[in-house]
Ligand binder design. Sequence first.
Ligand code: AMP
Ligand code: MG
Length: 536
Amino acid sequence: MKSHDKMNLENALNFDNKYTRELPADPETSHETRQVTNSCYSRVQPVKAGAPELVAFSREMAEEVGLSSELCESEEFVEVFSGNKVLSGMDPYATCYGGHQFGSWAGQLGDGRVINLGEIVNKEGRRWVLQLKGAGPTPYSRRGDGFAVLRSSIREFLCSEAMYHLGIPTTRALSLVTTGDQVIRDMFYDGNPQPEPGAIVCRTAPSFTRFGNFEILTWRGELDLLRRFADYTIRTDFPHLGEPSKEVYCAWFDEICTSTAEMIVHWQRTGFVHGVMNTDNMSILGLTIDFGPYGWLEDYDPGWTPNTTDAQGRRYRFGNQAEIAQWNLIQLANAIHPLIGEVQPLEDSIQTYVNHHRDTWQRMMADKLGLAGFNKESDNKLITDMQDLLQYVETDMTIFFRRLAALDVQSTVARSSSVHNLIEHFSDAYYLSEQLNDEYIVMLDTWITHYKARLNHDKTPDDLRRVKMNKVNPEYIFRNYIAQLAIDKAEKGDYSMVNELLEVLRKPYDEQTGKEELSKRRPEWARHRAGCAMLS
Ligand code: AMP
Ligand code: MG
C-alpha cells in the first residue's frame, strides 16, 4: 500500500487463501443441501443482511488481524462482516465434515451456518481464518436455515473472548453484528416458533478443522483425499513436525492428544462445560470450538450439564469431559489409522492423553490450592475431601477458590479463628444458607485444618500464595445468568452490557472496582430461568 492510499479493509487485510488454493473443491456452487464427496469444501456466498449494525468488536482480535479501531467502526466493516460485501481477496466457502454425535456416527454434517471468508496472514506471519457464523445456507445446512440469532451470537462472541483472556485455548471472535433481519426459532422446542433478531459473529482461528473433517473421508473410503488433507493440515498447522511420513502422522496424533488434554484441564480449572462434545466440535488444534449450550459451573456439581438435549444421559456433564475427550480421540485415531496402518502407536498416544491429562490436572489442582506442587501421598485425599465439601452444600466453585486464597493461614489471628468466622469467610459462596448444618460445619473446619497443615508444610508466605492462586482462580467467569442479562438488554437494542462484559472479561483475574456485581453468585431468581440454568 502506498502511504497516501486511504486505509480500508481491502488493503488492511492480507488475504492468502491456502485452504481453497490447495484442497479440492466441490464442483457445484449452489447452496442446495447435498452430499459433497471427494471434496474438502464448497464455495458459497453469504446472504445479504437487510440493515446490519455493529454491536461490538474485539480490539485484541482486530489488532491481531491488522485492523485499527477506526476501521472496525467504519461503515465498510459492518458491510463486510455482515456478509453484504465480499472483498476481492476473499474466497467464501463452507467445509465438509462429519462426526459422532452423542456417541453415534451421524454422517455428513459440515459448515451448515458458517461461511469462511478466507484466510489472512498478519504482520508477524500468523495465519487466521475469518468466518461468519449465521450468514445463510450452505450445502451442509440440512434442515437448518444457516442463520443465527442474537442471543446465541452474544453468547459465542463474549464467551470465546472471555476464554481467551482466561488463558484457555479457544477459537476467537472479531465482531458481532445484527443483520436487521428476523430469524424464526423455536427456543424451547415446544412447537411455538417466534421471530428473533438475526446476528452474525465473525469467528477466527488459525484453523477450524475438526476431528470430523478426517472422519468423513475415512467413512466414505476417500483415503487418497484423507492423506492429502492430513498432509495439508500437518504442513499448514503443524509445520514444526516436518514433512509428512508415517512417523510424522504418529507424532501429529500424539500432539493432538496432548493439546486436547491441556484444553480439558483448563475447562476443569475454570468450571467450563462445553455441552456438546461431539467429534464435529473437537478442534484439531485443541481449541475450544462451537459455543452452543455451554455453561459455567456455579455450585460445584460434577454431574451438571447445561444442555437440555443431554439432560437424560448427561453424556457431556462437567465430570465426564475428560473421558469424552478420550472417546473422541479414539474416533480420530480410527479415522487416521489408514495413514499409519498400525494400531500400537495410536494406542500409545491415547495412553499419552491419559497420563498427560492426569499429570496436568494434578499440577493444575495444586496451583488452584496454592500448593508448591502436587504431593501424591497427601493431595489426592485433600482434593477429594474438598470436592465432597463443595457438594455437601451448594457452593460456588469460583467464589470458593477466591475466598480460599484470601484465608489467613500464617497469622496468629488465623490460628484462633472460630468456626463461625470460617462460615462467615466463605458466606458469599453459599447458595442456600439453610444447608449450613452442624455436620457441614465440622466438615469445613476439619478440611481447613488439613489444608492449613498442608500449606504450612510448603511454608509459602500468605501474600505470595494469594497472588499465585488469584492467577489461576478467576474472579470473573462468564456466568450464565449474566449472559442472559446482557441478552435481555441487547434484544431491546441496548448493547451497553455486551460491551461492558467484553471489557470486564478482559481481566478476569483482577478485582475491578465498581464491577463487584459481575462476580457474585447466581441470584435465586435465575435458578430455573431459561437461559440462566439450562440451554439447548
Ligand atoms: P452444532 O450442534 O451447533 O455443532 O451443529 C451441528 C451441525 O448442525 C453442524 O453441521 C451445523 O452446521 C448444523 N447446524 C446447526 N444449526 C444450524 C442452522 N441454524 N442452520 C444450518 N445448519 C445448522
Ligand atoms: Mg458444531
